[in-house]
Design a protein around this ligand. Sequence first.
Ligand code: TRP
Length: 448
Amino acid sequence: MTTRILTGITTTGTPHLGNYAGAIRPAIAASRDPQADSFYFLADYHALIKCDDPARIQRSRMEIAATWLALGLDTDKATFYRQSDIPEIPELCWLLTCVAGKGLLNRAHAYKASVDKNVEVGEDPDAGVTMGLFSYPVLMAADILMFNAQKVPVGRDQIQHVEMARDIGQRFNHLFGKGRELFVLPEAVIEENVATLPGLDGRKMSKSYDNTIPLFGSSKQLKDAVARIVTDSRAPGEPKDADSSHLFSLYQAFATPEQQAGFRADLEGGLAWGEAKNRLYQLLEDTLGEARERYNTLIAKPADLEDILLAGAAKARRIATPFLGELREAVGLRSFREQVQVAGSEKKKAAKSARFVSFRDEDGSFRFRLLDASGEQLLLSKSFADGKTAGQASKRLQSGETLDVRSEGLGFTVWIDNQAVASSPEFADAMALEVAIARLRETLAVQD
Ligand code: TRP
C-alpha cells in the first residue's frame, strides 16, 4: 500500500538555507520511501495572491524548480509540476467554492489577521483584502483533493487550511457522493524533528526578518552571509558555549555527529569566532557545492526546466482529467449526448428501454446481459452455476441499492457482497469509462 503525499511551495521567494533544512531536504528524503507516492508542486496561483510583481513570480518559479531538481528530487518517482499547468485545479476550485461555507472561510487565520489589523487602525474591515486572499483555503483544498492526497506535510501555520480541505471535501462527498467517497479526506503532517534554523541574527531564519543565508548564492555570497552571523564578544582563546551560539546550531544542521562533537570541543577550547565562521562556511560549501553546480546548469537552460515541468504536469493530468470528469458528472455537468432521460414521465420510458437479457452459455452456465435502449451491451455477467443465482444477481442490480462499481484499467466490474458479478466492455479512454459508469448508475436507478 502506498501513501499519497502532497505539498505545495508558494513561489514568491528565493530558497534559503532554512527552507532547505526545514522543508526541501525532508520532502526529498520522504519521496525516496518506496511506499510514498509523492506529489510536489509549485503553488504559483497562490503566489499571485501575495505578489503582483510578474518578474518576481517568474524568477521564483524557476529558482524553486531548479532548487528541488538540483537537490535530487527524482521526477520519475515523484510527480513534480506547476499548479498553473493543471487547469483542472481552478475548475475544481470553483466546484468547491460552491459548497464551501462563507462562515468557514471567515474563520481562516490569514484572513482574520488582515481584518483585525484593519479594525485596529480604524479602516474598513475588508480594506485591501482580495477575493484571492479570502478564498485561499479553497484553492488549497482543490490542490489537495484533486489528487486524493492522504498526507499533507505542512508548517504549523497551514494546519487550519488542511482541516478546511477536509471539511470542504466531506461536504462535497455528502452532497454528491451518493454514499461513496468521491474525495479522500487529507491529514496534515507536521514534521516534529526537522531543523528550524536560526538566521544571521539568531531569530528564526525567514525572508521577513531579512536574516537568511541564500541556498545557492555564489561562494562569495555564502562567505559574506556567514561573516554577518552575530556572535557574542568573546575573544580568541576564551572558551565559548556551543549551545547558546546560533552559529553552532547552523553547523549542527549539516554536520555528522563526529563533526559536531569536534566543533563543540574546539569552541570550548577557545576557537576564535572568525575561525569558527570559516569552519561553518567550509561545511556549507562541502554540503551544497555540487548541488549548486547542478542548480546553475539548470538555471542556465530554462527550456529544459520547462520540459521537465510540462512532463510532470502531463503525469499529474493523467489523474486530474478523468477525475474531474467524474466530479463534473457528480454535480450534474454532463454531456447531452449521453443523456439518459430521467425526468418526470420520461422515467418509465427510460426504464423500459434498458433491459436485462438472460441466456445460457455454451458450457451450460447461466449468464445475463444488460443492454441499453439501442441494444448496446452495458454489462455482461459472470457465469452462474444455476439460473436462480443468476436471477438473484440481476434482481439485486435492479433493487436500487448503491452500486459497487470498481474500475480496472479501461473497464469496470460490478460487485455484490464483495463478489464480482458482471463486467463492462473495454472503453477507448478514461473519460469514456467515467461516462459509462455514470450512465450505468442512472440506468439502474430508473429500472423500477
Ligand atoms: N499554502 C501553502 C504555504 O503557503 C502552500 C500550498 C498551496 C500548499 N497549496 C498547497 C501546501 C497544498 C500543501 C498542500 O505553505
